[in-house]
Design a protein around this ligand. Sequence first.
Ligand SMILES: Cc1cc2nc3c(=O)[nH]c(=O)nc-3n(C[C@H](O)[C@H](O)[C@H](O)COP(=O)(O)OP(=O)(O)OC[C@H]3O[C@@H](n4cnc5c(N)ncnc54)[C@H](O)[C@@H]3O)c2cc1C
Length: 392
Amino acid sequence: MTGTVVDRELPSAEAADLLELTRDLVTRELAPRADKAEAAHSFPRDVIAHLGELGLLSLPYPEEFGGGGQPAVVYLQVLEELARGWATIALSTSVHVLSCSGIAEFGTDEQRTRFLPAMLGGATLGAYCLSESHAGSDAGAMRTRAVREGDGYVITGDKAWITNGPIADFMLVAARTGDQAQGARGISAFLVDASAAGVSAGAPERKMGFRGSPTSQVHFDSVQVEVDRRIGEEGQGFRIAMAALDAGRLGISACAVGLAQAALDNAADYAGQRTAFGKTIDEFQGVSFLLADAAAQIAAARQLYLYAARRKDAGRPFSTEAAMAKLTATDMAMKVTTDMVQVLGGAGYVEDHPLERYMREAKVLQIVEGTNQIQRMVIARSLRPRAQGTRS
Ligand SMILES: Cc1cc2nc3c(=O)[nH]c(=O)nc-3n(C[C@H](O)[C@H](O)[C@H](O)COP(=O)(O)OP(=O)(O)OC[C@H]3O[C@@H](n4cnc5c(N)ncnc54)[C@H](O)[C@@H]3O)c2cc1C
C-alpha cells in the first residue's frame, strides 16, 4: 500500500517529520498486516507497544509528563494516517488518548505528576468507561455507583461496549456518587487500575467490523479506589466525561477521513487497471464521478475536523464544531466506502479486497462517541436563540 500523499499544512518541521514517520510505519508495518489480523479477530498489542515507543500514543499531552507536546492539528493528522493503514490501531490510539484526558485536563498537579508519566509513557493502554447496557445515548442514567467508605470509594456496576476493555491497563470510569434522581449532576470520575481487585472484562463482542479491536463489558465488583483517584470534585464527572468526548469526536472524525482515504486510494487504483468495453473503467464518467465525489467529500471533511482542532488549539470553544466534524466525517466515510465497493463491482463484495471491511468499519463510526443523532442534537442546541453568543 502506498496511497495518496495528502498535501498537508503542518505548523513545524517536527510535525512534518512525525507525519512522514507515521506514513512510513503505515506503509511498511501496519497496512500489510491489517487484513489478516482483522479476519482473525486478533488485536496487535505489539503494534501498540511500538507506537508507544515512538511516542505516538501521547502526542497531544505536555512534554513534562511524557507527552509529545503536539497541537491537536498534528495529533489528529497522525491519527488519520494510522486509520488509512489500519483503522483498529487508530481507534485504540484515539480511545487511549481520550482515557488520559481526565487526569491531564482536570487532575490536580499532584495527580498529573503521579499518574500521567506512566499513562503517557507508551507501555500502558487506557479505556474509557461511560456507557452501560441500558444507558448509551442517555449516559446520565448510568447505575454504576461509587460509595464513599473511609479514605476512598467502593465502585460497583457494569460498563458496556468498552473499547480496549479486555486489554486496558487503566480506565477512566464515570460512576454515580449522588442519587439517581440527580441525573448527570450526581456523577463523578475516577482513574481505576485494570489490575485492581474486582475489575474484570467480559468476552469480546462479536462485531460487524473493527474485529481486531476488542470491545467488551467491564465489571466492577466492589472495587476499592483511594480518594486521590477521584478526578475533579464529586459531581463533576459527567462534565469531565463530556469534555473528553468533545476531543474524542475529533479523533473519530480523523479515523473516518483516514478510512475513506484508504477506500478511495484502493478503488482509484483498481479502476485504473480494470477494463470493460475495451477501456479502463475510470474512463467511464459513471465511475470517475464516484471517485471525484469521494475525493471532494474527503477533502471537505478533513478541513472541517482541522477547523475544529484549530479552535481547540487556540483555547476557543469547539464542542459544536467537533459535533459537526464527527457528523460530517463519519456520514461521509459511510457513503464513500459504500460507493468505493460499487467501483469494484463484485470484487468489492468479497474479502480478496479490503473494501468490504472498510464499509463495515465505517458503520460504527456513526455510532460511537455519541451517535450521529446525538451530534445533530448538540448542533441544534447551539442554534437556539438563547444559546447564541455562547455558541462554540
Ligand atoms: C464498537 C463500539 C465501541 C464502543 N466503545 C465505547 C467505549 O470505549 N466507551 C464507552 O463508554 N462507550 C463505547 N461505546 C458505546 C457507544 O458510545 C454507544 O453505543 C452509543 O453512545 C449509543 O448508545 P446505545 O448503543 O445504547 O444506543 P441507544 O442510546 O439505545 O440509541 C439507539 C438509537 O436511538 C437513537 N437515540 C437515542 N436517543 C435519542 C434522542 N434523544 N434523539 C434522537 N435519537 C436518539 C440513537 O441515535 C440510536 O440510533 C461503543 C460502542 C460500540 C458499538
